[in-house]
Design a protein around this ligand. Structure first.
Ligand code: GDP
Length: 199
């Protein structure tokens, strides 16, 4: 199937970018991953690409400010800096917001953002904020629930319902949610197929 074909290729790290003038040329289809720190973003990117250690968790606020570009087949895969660190200095938050605003509103080849939500925690006000940024930049985004292996069915259903209610308020949001567990491999093939179908 198409997802398997695209992801059969090697994903390679291209560059880390801290300012708009460092962005690679917008000559191929781009997708990006965003989410609160610790949401499971690097685990998911590693699971999708089959490369352990490719994307690294950024566990300190100082290391959160890089936009990392990877190439896979004819895609750019972009790992956006995690957000929502507790006690992050105001200057760090403001730098992140400025970088995100510039990137999201200025990237013509960006086809879709995948917004990761920890299934146990649901959407937080900071997630709502970035959804607003995506709305204003008219970047279609799709929510991905992570770590679904940690929830019982009933709790997962409630998380789904709450997340759907949040998404309904955002014009740029896809209504369909993607459920994933990087640990168990659940939903990974589905997400690969979704990505491979983007053109
Ligand atoms: P990041 O900061 O968003 O890149 O998050 P990481 O990928 O580093 O994951 C944060 C923590 O969540 C780590 O301890 C991971 O082992 C754990 N984690 C990530 N994905 C999953 C998952 O699908 N299931 C479970 N149970 N734990 C996960």
């Amino acid at each position: 199937e198409h997802g398997r074909r695209v992801f059969a290729g090697e994903t390679t790290f291209l560059k880390g970018v801290v300012a708009m003038d460092g962005l690679p040329p917008d000559d191929r289809v781009e997708i990006c991953f965003a989410g609160r720190s610790n949401v499971g973003k690097s685990s998911l990117i590693n699971a999708l690409t089959g490369r352990k250690g490719l994307a690294r968790a950024s566990n300190t606020p100082g290391r959160t400010q890089e936009i990392n570009f990877f190439t896979l087949a004819d895609f750019y895969i972009v790992d956006l800096p995690g957000y929502g660190f507790a006690n992050a200095p105001v200057a760090v938050v403001e730098r992140w917001q400025a970088l995100m605003k510039n990137y999201l509103s200025g990237r013509a080849n960006l086809r879709r953002a995948f917004l990761l939500i920890d299934a146990r925690h649901g959407t937080k006000p900071v997630d709502d904020e970035i959804m607003g940024l995506l709305d204003r930049a008219a970047v279609p985004f799709q929510a991905v629930l992570t770590k679904v292996d940690k929830l019982k069915r009933g709790d997962l259903d409630r998380a789904l319902e709450r997340t759907r209610a949040t998404l309904a308020q955002h014009p740029a949001a896809f209504p369909e949610l993607v459920l994933t567990s990087s640990e168990k491999g659940e939903g990974i093939a589905n997400l690969r197929a979704i990505i491979a179908g983007i053109d």
